[in-house]
Write a protein that binds this ligand. Structure first.
Ligand code: NAD
Length: 250
């Protein structure tokens, strides 16, 4: 049977670990030709070798590095018609202790990265007949999770970025959507839970069970990204798929 991404060429940022790696495995299994961009060359190259994919190292917050990485992947695989803008990170701190440098850094890694990568990928995507972009936002784009003012602000920006790209490029064959996961059992999510607990926020297993039943698995986010990347979601654009098991439904 043909895979759900048969004939597609995909790029995943943050594809060396966590949900990005889960999506890399799933996308290849579903027939995509894949390029991974990540700042971790050892894990990124190893996963690409395992999957028969291409890898390009880049800090997604750096314009020159992003341009070079996207150019390398396009040269190897051709233009992408699927882009999963997933790379991102977090700062957990009382607001008054956050510095200007931290604000600038997190905005760059989480938000400017989407601008840079999308800008580098879109022209080829449009010229080759269109495609689908998926941007990772978060429950934190909707719920003001505690001690995460900068992070929450970046994730709300990612959500609006996805909607705005969708509107501007709809009539050029581009769809763009956001996925908004709850707490995921990745290095990011597990360290977030630990840091929140250390700062006195109840992020115990019991509290998370009340909010979202249990921790989300990276493969569950990958499945949502697969749906939005595939032609199965051909009339879905400018929206947000919450992968949070009711965290934000109450
Ligand atoms: N884990 C959670 O609980 C959770 C919940 C909601 C949203 N998210 C979002 O998911 C993404 C994080 O993914 P994860 O949970 O799979 O985490 P993760 O930390 O396991 O993986 C993140 C990957 O992104 C890469 N990366 C980080 N910064 C980068 C940069 N500047 N340039 C290039 N690559 C970079 C890392 O090397 C790593 O491979 C973020 O966008 C985050 O906001 C995570």
């Amino acid at each position: 049977m043909a895979g759900r991404l048969a004939g597609k060429t995909a790029i995943i940022t943050g594809g060396a670990g966590g949900c990005g790696a889960a999506a890399a495995r799933l996308f290849v299994r579903e027939g995509a030709k894949l390029g991974i961009i990540d700042r971790d060359p050892a894990r990124g190259q190893a996963l690409a070798d395992e999957l028969g994919a291409e890898f390009a190292a880049a800090d997604v917050a750096d314009g020159a590095q992003v341009e070079a990485a996207v150019a390398k992947l396009i040269k190897a695989n051709g233009p992408a018609n699927v882009l999963f803008n997933h790379a991102g990170t977090i700062i957990i701190k009382p607001f008054l202790e956050c510095t200007e440098a931290e604000w600038d850094w997190l905005m760059a890694v989480n938000v400017k990265s989407m601008f840079l990568v999308t800008k580098a990928v879109l022209p080829g995507m449009i010229a080759s007949g269109g495609g689908s972009i998926v941007c990772t936002a978060s429950i934190s784009a909707n719920a003001a999770t505690p001690l995460e003012v900068i992070y929450n602000t970046t994730k709300a920006a990612c959500l609006m970025f996805a909607r705005s790209i969708a509107v501007e490029f709809r009539d050029r064959g581009i769809r763009c959507n956001a996925v908004s996961p709850g707490f995921i059992a990745t290095p990011h999510g597990l360290s977030e839970v630990k840091q929140l607990q250390a700062l006195g926020v109840d992020a115990s297993a019991e509290a998370i069970a009340v909010q979202q039943g249990r921790m989300c698995e990276p493969e569950e986010v990958a499945q949502a990204a697969l749906f939005l990347s595939s032609d199965e979601s051909s009339f879905v654009s400018g929206t947000e798929l919450r992968v949070d098991n009711c965290f934000t439904a109450v």
